[in-house]
Every structure is written in C-alpha cells, then in structure tokens.
Design a protein around this ligand. Structure first.
Ligand code: MN
Length: 256
C-alpha cells in the first residue's frame, strides 16, 4: 500500500512539472529605442500586445558586441523588432539623400546585432515598421530613403491622425502568413513611416502592398524560420481593434 502511494506521488510530481513546462509563457525580446546611449525607451503598446497575447516581453539591453546579443537571444523564444528613426543608408551602400533622413547610428548598431542574432538562432521574428526595414537591409535588401520624393503618391504614409486608427488599405497575398492569420486579402492599416523597402532581399517574400505599390508586409522566403514583417503598426491598431490581436497571438504561438 505504501509503495502504491509512493508511485502515485512520483507520477503526480512528474506530470505536474511536465504540464507546468507546457504552460510556460514564451519569453520575447523587444528591441527598444534609445535616449542617448545610456537610456533605453520602449512604447508600452509593444509590450502590452505581447502580454495580452500570452507572452512575456523582455526589453533587450544595450550590448557591446554581437556575441553578447547572441548570448541573450539564445535564452529567448522570439524577437520583436520595433519602430523608430531612419536607417543610415550606408548599411545598403548609399549616402544620405537629403535633410529629411534622420538617422540614429547607435540604434542601427543594436538593431543589427539583435536582428543577426535572431536570424542565426532561428527564433521567430516579428518586425514592425523600422524593424521591417532593418531586417530587409540585414538580409541584403535596400530602402527608399525618403518615400515622398523617391516614390511620390496620393497616399500619405505618415498619417497625422491617431495611430490607433487605419488610414490606407493593403492587399494581402492569398495563402500568405498574414492572410492566414487575419483571414483577409484586404486590410485597413495605419501608417507612420518615412522610409520603405525598395529592393527586397532574396531571403524574403513580399506579401502585401499599399495601393501605390509600397511594400507593407513580407515573410521569410525560406521555410524553417517564422518571420513576419509589417510596415504598419499593429501594436497601435490592437489598442482600438481586438481583431489585430490575432497577429500577436500567432507570433507568441510560434515562439512556444
Ligand atoms: Mn504605409
């Protein structure tokens, strides 16, 4: 009888720890911006979206070299690259086009370390706005430096209205990751970007455009790593429209 009790206890302990492991929320690195080179800042909307979707956000610290970024990402289940200033065009072999290009060299360095670490570790990546742009550049693509002069159109890609609400449409490729997640081939999105993908990297597959032909989303062209990159700001849209939670939930699920 005592042996039976003991066996039962052992089974109970093992199974409960197995289930606890399965329930563990994924830990997701979130790339912040910087106020100088000593202070990190992150918009709450990014971390809220991860929390609401069942993940635990971890604000990526400033590091001194790629090895430190690799070590940190090695402990994480996913990486989210976020919005911010323009990229230095030197990263895709161009010089600064005009005075509208406002770069942040320190942020470029940190984002490139973390993007490369996330690619080498193969963890799921959700790249938003500037994150979408820098990931394309890290993978060998290029950008429009100043969208209004290099690709003028009737669409203002820097909306002046509340970022929680959409202002332009996008067409989404049937069968793409974004189509599967949102269940639509046409979506209304917000827009707050100065730059955009010009030459897509060979490693990515563009899956959404705005009506004026600007790249608004892409996924990995190679099977194996979960990558979704969007030019719009779902972390703001989700504050007003719960439907957008599906995007973050799909990311968090991929990170499990
Ligand atoms: Mn746009």
């Amino acid at each position: 009888m005592r042996t039976l009790k003991l066996v039962f206890l052992v089974i109970l302990t093992i199974s409960s720890s197995v289930f606890a492991e399965a329930r563990k929320k994924p830990l997701i690195g979130v790339a912040p911006g910087y106020n100088g080179s000593m202070v990190s800042t992150i918009g709450r909307a990014y971390t809220d979206a991860i929390i609401r979707s069942g993940g635990i956000p971890f604000i990526l610290p400033q590091v001194n070299n790629p090895a430190e970024a690799e070590e940190i990402v090695g402990r994480l289940d996913g990486v989210m690259l976020t919005g911010g200033a323009d990229l230095d065009p030197a990263h895709y072999g161009e010089s600064i086009l005009n005075a509208t290009v406002e770069i942040d060299a320190h942020r470029d360095t940190m984002d490139i370390y973390y993007a490369e670490a996330a690619l080498s570790k193969g963890v799921p990546i959700l790249a938003i706005c500037r994150g979408e742009q820098i990931l394309n550049v890290v993978l060998g693509g290029s950008l429009y430096q100043d969208l209004p002069t290099q690709k003028p159109s009737g669409i203002a890609h820097r909306q002046k209205t509340d970022s929680r609400f959409p202002t332009h449409s996008i067409t989404v490729e049937e069968g793409s990751l974004l189509n599967k997640i949102m269940g639509e081939t046409s979506l209304m999105v917000n827009t707050s970007h100065h730059q955009a993908v010009k030459t897509p990297s060979d490693m990515i597959k563009v899956i959404a455009y705005s009506p004026d032909g600007v790249v608004e989303a892409y996924q990995s062209a190679i099977k194996g790593q979960w990558i979704l990159a969007v030019q719009f700001h779902p972390e703001q849209l989700v504050r007003a429209d719960d439907n957008w939670l599906a995007l973050f939930k799909a990311f968090v699920k991929a990170c499990r």
